[in-house]
Ligand binder design. Structure first.
Ligand code: C5P
Length: 407
């Protein structure tokens, strides 16, 4: 596991916007990664979420008032600004950004932000027009000039009918950005200077102009690995089949449809120090190249669709006589005897490590958020991880391969 957030203390300033509810989830995500969280809520934030909810999730008291006698006696706002490793502001409203840029100290949140010397990460969230307004742009430039890091906002649907940039980054994106910020500070970038290639998603194999063969892969695991590798400092190329996911931050994404295109893109992305093949590549494609006309049924029986095997991208790269990445990692999606199948696969494919998971319907892994994986090495050694979020699997995997490469 990347240790960036383990044992770290985060002062979380929650601003007053509808995205404040996502700040509660952020507390959970940060704690999952081993951080402790000290919540500070602005008056506006308390219109959307309660200090009690923040405190319950943080497992410690939430702070709200500058002139809170109990809190001042206990700790004091200046100490609050010191006794952490980083400050995160989420959501950072237009108003809060303006007050930060102007150096205001009118309430606890802004006083702490002014008094702190800790690294600050803000996750803006506001109406599209407010984000685009010259005043906000100025404030943002001032904050960046002061060394404040910014994550998001993302484009997409918001509370209002308008859409565009303004949506707060997702809790895991904020946690990733915080890891990057702290990691850079501590020099914890185990993959700095390394090139990492990741495949992700399904492939689509066209039958005719309107139909294709595909599978249920969402690309979540592969995309999470690309993001985690980038967070660990690597230069990452992600070759992705058709997915409905945003591009991971700081990653070069090459989009493809078919297995053959994926192989071509992978070859073009070499050389790499590490290649992780997380894509669920279609094993077969229709023998007949899809033409421009839809195939018609004629009521006479079996479908006129012989299949041929697709190239095995993992095996092709793992067996390259020249230019093979020093570390080649495959995935094995199995529905039974997961480890045995994976052991056989590692030999057959020629890779160094297989990440095997059970994709039988009961597990809900395909398309789901969690994964239970086994790591199988070429010498047959097996490491089994508990059921984890796909982001956490990605972080652990990246830490693991970084260790293998270094050692
Ligand atoms: O053979 P199987 O599909 O079970 O192997 C899974 C592993 O091989 C995955 O890492 C997958 O990305 C890779 N693979 C590939 N090209 C294929 C089939 C699988 O790269 N045509």
């Amino acid at each position: 596991m990347t240790e960036t957030l383990a044992q770290r203390r985060v002062l979380l300033v929650i601003g007053g916007g509808i995205a404040a509810y996502k700040a509660l989830d952020l507390i959970r995500r940060l704690r999952e990664r081993g951080a402790s969280v000290c919540p500070v809520l602005t008056a506006g934030a308390q219109e959307f979420v309660t200090p009690l909810a923040a405190a319950a999730l943080a497992g410690e008291r939430a702070h709200t008032d500058l002139f809170d006698r109990a809190s001042e006696a206990e700790i004091g706002h200046i100490k609050l600004a010191r006794q952490a490793d980083a400050v995160v502001v989420a959501p950072a409203t237009a108003n809060l950004m303006a007050r930060m840029a102007g150096g205001h100290a009118a309430d606890l949140a802004t006083t702490v932000l002014l008094a702190t010397t800790l690294p600050i990460l803000i996750a803006p969230a506001m109406n599209v027009q407010m984000w685009a307004h010259p005043a906000t742009r100025r404030n943002r430039a001032v904050l960046e000039g002061d060394g404040v890091r910014i994550v998001g906002p993302n484009a997409g649907r918001m509370a209002e009918p308008e859409s565009g940039p303004g949506r707060m980054a997702e809790p895991n994106e904020i946690a990733d950005a915080l890891e990057r910020m702290l990691g850079q500070q501590a020099g914890e970038r185990p993959l700095a200077g390394r090139r990492v290639l990741v495949t992700s998603g399904p492939t689509h194999e066209p039958i005719d102009p309107v139909r294709y063969i595909a599978n249920r892969s969402s690309g979540r695991q592969g995309h999470a690995i690309a993001a985690a590798a980038a967070a660990a400092g690597a230069t990452v190329t992600l070759v992705s089949g058709p997915v409905a996911l945003p591009d991971p931050p700081g990653v070069a994404v090459v989009r493809v449809e078919t297995a053959r295109q994926m192989l071509e893109a992978v070859e073009a992305a070499l050389p790499a120090d590490i290649a992780v093949f997380a894509a669920a590549v279609a094993d077969w494609r229709p023998e007949q190249e899809a033409g421009s006309k839809k195939i018609k049924k004629d009521g006479t029986g079996p479908a006129p669709m012989p299949l041929v095997e697709n190239p095995d991208i993992l095996a092709t790269i793992a067996r390259l006589p020249m230019g093979r990445p020093p570390l080649v990692v495959g995935f094995a999606a199995e529905t039974d005897t997961v480890v045995e199948h994976a052991r056989a696969k590692i030999a057959r494919k020629g890779c160094d490590l297989i990440v095997a998971n059970d994709v039988s319907a009961e597990g809900g892994v395909m398309g789901g958020a969690d994964n239970t994986v086994h790591l199988i090495r070429r010498d047959g050694a097996v490491e089994t991880w508990p059921r984890l979020g796909k982001d956490e699997v990605a972080r652990r995997l990246v830490a693991h391969v970084a260790g293998l490469l270094a050692g």
